[in-house]
Ligand binder design. Structure first.
Ligand SMILES: [Mg+2]
Length: 450
C-alpha cells in the first residue's frame, strides 16, 4: 500500500483501508462514509484502544438474540450496573448506577450476571492481538491499553494509523466485539481521543491543535481530577481547562500542591509519560469486591487463596517474581488498609504469596467487615532469582514442586482441573463480583496510585 504519496488530508477508509485520493464524503472503493483524515494522521504513533461496552459486547456476541436489545451486566446483592450496552445507555442507564434505578430508566432491559472468567479470556485474546502490533503495549484494565507504535512502520509496511484501523476490523471479525481508538502524541490525549466518539470511534488529536482543543473542555477531563477535586476548583471558579492554561506553574502549585504540577502540564497538552510494557510494571496484584461484606476467615481465606493463585499465574506468565507481598483490604466504610511483608527471596509461587498474605490477614480479622480483598507482590524482578530451593524448609520446597505440577495440569486442562483444599467446593472462585466501573486494576502502574 503506497501511503507515501497519500496526503493525510485525503486520509483513508476505515472499512477497506484504501487511501483516498481526494477529499470525498464516501470511500471511492467501498462507499463507506467512515473516512479518516487529519493533518498529523501519518505522523502520530501513540494510541489508546478501549473496547466498547466490553462485558455487554461479549454477551451479545455469544447470544445474537440480544443484539438489538438493551443489555445490562450487573446485579448481585449490591445491585449496581457494571456495564450497559449502548442501547441501554441511550435509555439513560449508566455504569455504577443502582440496578433499580437502571430498570426504572429502562424497564425492558435484560440483566445478565457478569461472567468474569469469560471476559478475562476475551481480554487476554484482545491483548495478544495487540502485542502482535507492537511490544509496547501497556494494559490499563481488562479491555483497554496504550500502544506505542513508534518504529513499527517497517514491520507492518504501513503507518500506525492504518495498522490501528486494520486491527479494529480484525477485532470485529475475529473476536466479534468493537473498540474505539484514540491516536495522539501523548497518553493523556490518546485516552481522551478514544473516548470521544464511542462506540466504533477513531479520533485523532494532533500536536498543533492540542491547546485549542483543550481550552473549552471541563477540568474533569484531566487525569486525576475527580468529583472532589473538581468541586475544589469550582470554588476557585475554575471550570475549563482553558482557565488553567492561563495560570503559571507557581500559582497552580501554591493553590493545589503537587496536583498543581499535573494541572499545569496536562492543561497544556504536555504529558511525558511513556508507554510501559507489561513486564515493566512495578507490582502485580488481584483484588475482588464482594457481593456482601465479610469479616471472618471462613469467607476471606478461600478468596485470598484464589487471588494468590491468580497473582502467581500472572507472575509466571510474565516471567516475573516479587519480593514484597502486599495485602489490601477495604472496610465496609470504604477505608483502605494495606499491609506489606518482605520475603528473604523473591517468589512467584501461589503458596508463598498465600502463606504470607494469610499471616497479614490474620491480624486484620478482628470483627471488622470488609468489602474488598486484594493481594499482590511488589519489588518485581526476573523469575530466575525466585524461590531458591529452601534447604531449611523442606516442606516449602515440596509444596513448590507440587505447585509446578498443578500448573502443568492447569495449562493442559484448564484452571478448574485442579482445586486446592482452600478453594475446593467453596464456590468462591468467580463468584465475587466486581461492582461499579468496568475496570480490573490487576496491574498497577506507579502513576495509577494516587
Ligand atoms: Mg471499555
Amino acid at each position: 500500500m503506497d501511503t507515501q504519496t497519500n496526503t493525510p488530508e485525503h486520509g483513508f477508509c476505515r472499512d477497506c483501508l484504501t487511501p483516498q485520493t481526494d477529499v470525498v464524503r464516501r470511500c471511492a472503493r467501498c462507499g463507506s462514509p467512515r473516512l479518516l483524515r487529519h493533518p498529523e494522521l501519518y505522523r502520530l504513533h501513540l494510541a489508546h484502544i478501549d473496547c466498547d461496552a466490553f462485558y455487554a459486547a461479549v454477551e451479545k456476541r455469544d447470544n445474537p438474540a440480544l443484539k438489538d436489545k438493551p443489555v445490562i451486566i450487573g446485579g448481585g446483592k449490591r445491585g449496581v450496573v457494571s456495564t450497559a450496552c449502548y442501547i441501554a445507555r441511550i435509555n439513560g442507564v449508566r455504569s455504577a448506577m443502582p440496578m433499580f434505578k437502571a430498570l426504572e430508566a429502562c424497564p425492558q432491559a435484560i440483566v445478565i450476571k457478569p461472567n468474569m472468567e469469560k471476559y478475562a479470556q476475551v481480554g487476554r485474546d484482545v491483548r495478544q492481538m495487540m502485542q502482535e502490533l507492537t511490544p509496547q503495549v501497556e494494559p490499563i484494565s481488562i479491555d483497554e491499553a496504550f500502544l506505542d507504535l513508534a518504529g513499527t512502520q517497517r514491520l507492518h509496511n504501513m503507518p500506525p494509523a492504518l495498522v490501528l484501523a486494520r486491527f479494529i476490523t480484525r477485532l470485529e471479525k475475529e473476536i466479534g466485539i468493537t473498540a474505539s481508538v484514540g491516536l495522539s502524541y501523548c497518553k493523556f490525549l490518546a485516552k481522551v481521543a478514544s473516548d470521544f466518539r464511542k462506540p466504533r470511534g477513531f479520533s485523532v488529536i494532533g500536536e498543533a491543535e492540542a491547546l485549542e482543543f483543550l481550552k473549552p473542555q471541563p477540568v474533569t477531563m484531566i487525569w486525576g481530577v475527580g468529583k472532589a477535586f473538581a468541586s475544589m476548583l469550582e470554588r476557585d471558579a475554575i471550570r475549563t481547562i482553558g482557565q488553567l492554561q492561563t495560570m503559571n506553574q507557581a500559582e497552580l502549585m501554591r493553590n493545589y500542591g503537587s496536583m498543581g504540577i499535573r494541572l499545569y502540564h496536562l492543561s497544556r497538552g504536555s504529558d511525558a509519560r511513556q508507554v510501559t510494557r507489561e513486564r515493566d510494571t512495578k507490582s502485580i496484584s488481584a483484588e475482588t469486591t464482594f457481593d456482601q461484606d465479610f469479616g471472618n476467615s471462613d469467607d476471606l481465606v478461600p478468596v485470598l487463596r484464589a487471588l494468590s493463585e491468580k497473582v502467581s499465574e500472572r507472575l509466571k506468565k510474565a516471567d516475573l517474581a516479587g519480593r514484597t507481598v502486599v495485602l489490601k483490604l477495604k472496610t465496609a466504610d470504604f477505608k483502605t488498609r494495606t499491609r506489606n511483608r518482605q520475603l528473604n527471596d523473591p517468589t512467584r509461587l501461589a503458596d508463598r504469596i498465600f502463606a504470607t498474605g494469610l499471616e497479614l490477614l490474620r491480624k486484620e480479622i478482628n470483627g471488622t467487615k470488609y468489602r474488598l480483598l486484594g493481594i499482590g507482590v511488589a519489588d518485581l524482578c526476573d523469575a530466575e532469582k525466585a524461590d531458591p530451593p529452601d534447604l531449611v524448609d523442606i516442606q516449602s520446597h515440596k509444596r513448590a514442586l507440587a505447585e509446578e505440577a498443578m500448573d502443568r495440569l492447569r495449562n493442559k486442562f484448564g484452571r478448574a482441573a485442579v482445586e486446592t483444599g482452600y478453594t475446593f467446593g467453596k464456590g468462591h472462585r468467580g463468584k465475587p463480583v466486581r461492582t461499579g466501573e468496568e475496570q480490573e486494576p490487576d496491574i498497577r502502574h506507579p502513576w495509577e496510585r494516587n
